[in-house]
Design a protein around this ligand. Structure first.
Ligand code: FAD
Ligand code: NAP
Length: 333
């Protein structure tokens, strides 16, 4: 087991924050995982599981053990697909499409590892992981015991799961199982996708077409992490009551909203941030992207303090204008 001390994580979080882990280890099999967990237990260190670092924001150096589960291997047997936690998500998507299976095409080009996908029930363009999820294998950080979580155990919600709530930092996900389909029914609910299908004059889109379209839209709309560090959407789209929406619409008649469950409405956080005058707002090296107001970008050596200040500036501006409290989407430590 190769545990490294005072390990620099700046290349392991896509925002590019220059922070360190007291200890860092990458594990590729169960034996090394158990050993690493024992290492942390013996020294009474907390454990942070790190995948591709594309949905994580640090508020300082991490004082415990940062552990990357680099479990590999993809198995495809008819519609059932399983993949190790360390596999790249987008590569898995393309692999399943090549195997003639559909279900993941709308989730193309989401950064990060397979093991993180259940954490916030990744979603995009009308598809969410839970719709294709079967089960996962995980190891308990405290006890080292292995367990299987079926879909109903995971308490999936909008950008949420039990692993982001009650079981936060309790389990290392090692393998994820999905059920995909050989029969295709395209998900075309999102305007950007519909418009692109129409523009390209595709009458009967195949899953690969939708994947290519989603990739093109994402490349056009989102800042490139290799150019400007970011963690995608910085806030969740808030879900508010119909009364609250009606009240805001008295002042902002053009407030966009989508019907959610139980007489509630989902409001695009990007719209709120823009209309609170925060697009382009800077705090040191952190900025609200000019390209997409829901994304904070690293415009040069952003510090944890810059990010914290920008979070506060944006949240309080949105609260002041609309009375809505934004919730940070990435995991924060
Ligand atoms: P990390 O950032 O490494 O970790 C995120 C959280 O998951 C942490 O709490 C970590 O402890 C936990 N975790 C990671 N791996 C494991 C594991 N194996 N076991 C237990 N816990 C684990 N998200 C979407 O939902 N939809 C999008 O469309 C989307 N678009 C994005 C676009 C961009 C440009 C970027 C930068 C991010 C985007 N994201 C999106 C967010 C992010 O890519 C996903 O949430 C992704 O699943 C995170 O994977 P990761 O491996 O980078 O996780
Ligand atoms: P968009 O298409 O401009 O739409 C703005 C918002 O309205 C989205 O956030 C989306 O909510 C909602 N929306 C649009 N059409 C909808 C429909 N038909 N039904 C229900 N809700 C609808 O959004 P975007 O910013 O370009 O992002 C496109 C997709 O990629 C979204 O699904 C978004 O969540 C996802 N994405 C996620 C991240 C991340 O880091 N989490 C980063 C980039 C993109 P939803 O967000 O609930 O879908």
């Amino acid at each position: 087991l190769r545990v490294q001390e005072n390990y620099n994580l700046s290349g392991l979080n896509t925002f590019g924050l220059d922070i360190k882990a007291r200890y860092f280890v990458r594990v590729q099999d169960k034996e090394s995982l158990y050993e690493a967990l024992e290492f942390a237990r013996d020294r009474q260190h907390t454990v942070l599981v790190l995948g591709g670092g594309s949905n994580i924001v640090f508020s300082g150096d991490y004082g415990g053990l940062v552990l990357t589960p680099d479990f590999r291997g993809v198995d495809i047997a008819r519609g059932e697909v399983s993949a190790g936690a360390g596999e790249n998500w987008h590569r898995l998507v393309r692999h399943t499409l090549d195997a003639g299976l559909s279900g993941l095409e709308n989730l193309s080009l989401i950064p990060g590892h397979v093991g993180a996908a259940p954490i916030q029930n990744i979603g995009a363009y009308g598809q969410e992981l839970e719709n294709v999820f079967l089960k996962l294998e995980a190891t308990n950080i405290r006890t080292g015991e292995d367990a299987i979580f079926q879909k109903s155990d995971c308490e999936f919600g909008y950008r949420a799961s039990i692993f982001k709530n009650n079981f936060r930092d309790c389990w290392v996900i090692t393998r994820v199982y999905l059920t995909l389909s050989e029969v295709y029914s395209p998900i075309l609910a999102y305007k950007d996708v519909q418009e692109e299908v129409a523009r390209l004059q595709i009458d009967d889109p195949a899953p690969e077409n939708i994947s290519d379209i989603v990739i093109a839209i994402r490349r056009r709309k989102l800042p490139d992490v290799s150019v400007q560090g970011n963690v995608g959407s910085f806030f969740k789209n808030p879900i508010i009551s119909s009364e609250q929406r009606d009240k805001i619409q008295q002042e902002y008649a053009d407030l966009p909203s989508r019907h959610a469950e139980d007489h509630q409405y989902k409001i695009p956080a990007a719209w709120l941030i823009e209309h609170a005058g925060m697009k382009g707002m800077e705090s040191g090296g952190a900025m609200v992207s000019e390209q997409h107001a829901l994304v904070f970008v690293n415009i040069g050596s952003a510090t944890v303090t810059d990010v914290a200040r920008l979070t506060e500036l944006v949240s309080s501006a949105v609260h002041k204008h609309f009375g809505i409290q934004l919730e940070i989407e990435p995991a924060h430590y």
